[in-house]
Design a protein around this ligand. Structure first.
Ligand code: BTN
Length: 247
């Protein structure tokens, strides 16, 4: 059950490390570590995730997926959809999911997801799902392009209902994923996918690719219609608009 047991900590390096260690030592699926402050919080692609103590919800969850590694990309999207659903339910926001791992409100990042895995053969043995949500962050402490629930609403909010609603949403969606029934939330993601139908560029380690964003498939991969035809993409950084030098 996601969120049980729940370990609440004041200050940690990164909840990802603590949760991974617990998982390696046999912690049950669903074990969740929540911290008020992270000294070395991290995001995707080696970026930092920084927050003033108590301003953000920062937590990591032990998962033991039973599906094959080619569907691991769905975990970040699943989390994005659960976070977007909770923000809509509690505050009537209409968030967009930015492939592969962000939740945006009015084009600004309110939440990010980091999934780290240990794989044996073709099966993921451990996946640690890390979630950061800017809840009460002051706009002046956020990087450009980011926002918080408080900034949008104009007042402080109790993070606890948001935390609980996200956990419930994750539990439902993860159960669906474990039994291979993802069509419901994948369709919703597709409807709320940031820049769907628009011209975008994908940066990955090797190249830039520009094209029309078509959607995501049932493995979590992104599809682009490029000048050379349809392309399936499993990792990279998405930006609006075409770029010079992209193919
Ligand atoms: C991203 O935006 O690239 C992902 C950000 C993920 C941040 C969360 S906060 C809880 C967990 N612990 C970390 O060090 N990172 C994730």
């Amino acid at each position: 059950m996601i969120g049980r047991p729940l370990v609440r900590l004041e200050s940690v390096g990164s909840t990802q490390d603590i949760t991974f260690e617990l998982a390696e030592r046999g912690a049950a699926e669903g074990t969740t570590v929540l911290a008020r402050y992270q000294q070395t919080g991290r995001g995707r692609a080696g970026r930092k995730w920084e927050s003033v103590p108590g301003d953000a919800l920062m937590f990591s969850i032990v998962l033991r997926p039973s599906f094959s590694i080619n569907r691991l990309g769905l975990l970040s999207l699943l989390a994005g959809d659960a976070i977007a659903g909770a923000l809509n339910e509690l505050y009537t926001f209409t968030p967009a999911v930015k492939w592969p791992n962000d939740v945006l409100v009015d084009g600004e990042k309110v939440s990010g997801v980091l999934t780290q895995t240990r794989i044996r053969g073709t099966a993921p043995v451990i996946a640690v799902l890390g979630i950061g949500i800017n809840v009460n962050s002051d706009q002046k402490n956020l990087p450009s392009g980011a926002s918080s629930v408080r900034s949008i609403l104009g007042h402080h909010v109790d993070p606890e209902p948001l935390f609980r609603t996200v956990l419930t949403g994750l539990e439902q969606r993860y159960r669906n994923l474990q039994v291979g029934d993802v069509s419901g939330w994948l369709e919703r993601i597709d409807q709320h996918l940031w820049l769907k139908g628009e011209d975008v560029t994908l940066h990955d380690a090797e190249r830039l690719r520009s094209g029309r964003l078509l959607g995501v498939d049932d493995t979590g991969a992104l599809h682009l219609q490029t000048e050379e035809g349809p392309v399936r993409i499993v990792s990279g950084e998405l930006v609006r608009g075409p770029r010079k030098g992209a193919s």
